[in-house]
Design a protein around this ligand. Structure first.
Ligand code: GLP
Length: 244
């Protein structure tokens, strides 16, 4: 794993936004995988600013978000789709037809997961997948478990993850859905390049286990060690236990 450490969350976001701009310049038809959560918000702000300044061009890009809640329509303000509209899609020149998202209200959720896998395959696969890190070591909604699921699937959410997502629901954890759809670990590991983004001291212990610990489904992010081109972008606080 290639580790990059920056002074602050802001510096990390700024550098990664430049990295995304460079990747888009190299390949205007880039297929991007994107996360939600608090961590990528400064990245999305930077990308919006770069787009306004015409430094980044999303007009030929395609995006796939990693996950979505079950039972929430795209228009529901708590949905990840609505989050992405607010923080990125409404602020950049990405054509709506090239925004791919899991539909949490599809009538047949198994078919919906299969559709998503086919849609990713049809584009030729994810070129650059940006990931956040759950405080319990989840990526996407691949939660700590006895076994992991390879492909896009429906999954129950742990109490810890529901609490971590409560901010999207007026801090009322009872309103956080109990299930989600998520890319699986193989979907993630098939991306050509992965950037895991983590900032803040609360992630430091998890980052240490992800980078230096054993591969274990109890910490799904540890499976990223299997990937040939994974970068871990951290601020100093998240890197505090790495001794770098
Ligand atoms: C959610 C998302 C993850 C995200 C994680 C971290 O549970 N499903 O994809 O990486 O939260 O969130 P935060 O960045 O707010 O710590």
């Amino acid at each position: 794993m290639r580790i990059r450490v920056f002074r602050s969350p802001h510096d990390t976001a700024r550098a990664l936004a430049r990295g995304v701009a460079a990747a888009l310049e190299d390949n205007p038809s880039l297929v991007l995988g994107l996360p939600t959560g608090r961590t990528p918000i400064p990245l999305y702000d930077e990308l919006a600013a770069l787009c306004r300044a015409r430094v980044v061009d999303f007009s030929n890009a395609t995006t796939f978000n990693i996950d979505e809640f079950v039972g929430l329509a795209a228009t529901d303000p708590g949905s990840y789709r609505a989050f992405m509209q607010r923080h990125l899609f409404d602020r950049v020149n990405l054509p709506p037809r090239r925004i791919q998202f899991l539909n949490g209200v599809a009538r047949d959720l198994t078919a919906e997961c299969e559709r998503y896998e086919r849609a990713i395959a049809r584009t030729g696969g994810l070129d650059l997948l940006i990931l956040g890190l759950g405080a319990n070591g989840h990526i996407g909604f691949n939660e700590p478990a006895r076994a992991l699921v390879a492909r896009t699937h429906r999954t129950p959410l742990s109490e810890a993850t529901r609490r971590a997502n409560a901010a999207l629901f007026g801090n009322d954890v009872r309103r956080v859905p109990r299930q989600a759809l998520s890319m699986g670990m193989a979907t993630i590991l098939h991306a050509r390049r992965i950037v895991l983004l983590a900032t803040g001291g609360a992630k430091a212990r998890c980052v240490e286990r992800m980078v230096n610990g054993k591969l274990t489904p109890a910490l799904p992010a540890s499976f990223l060690q299997l990937h040939r081109h994974v970068e871990v972008w951290l601020d100093r606080a998240a890197a505090a236990r790495l001794g770098v």
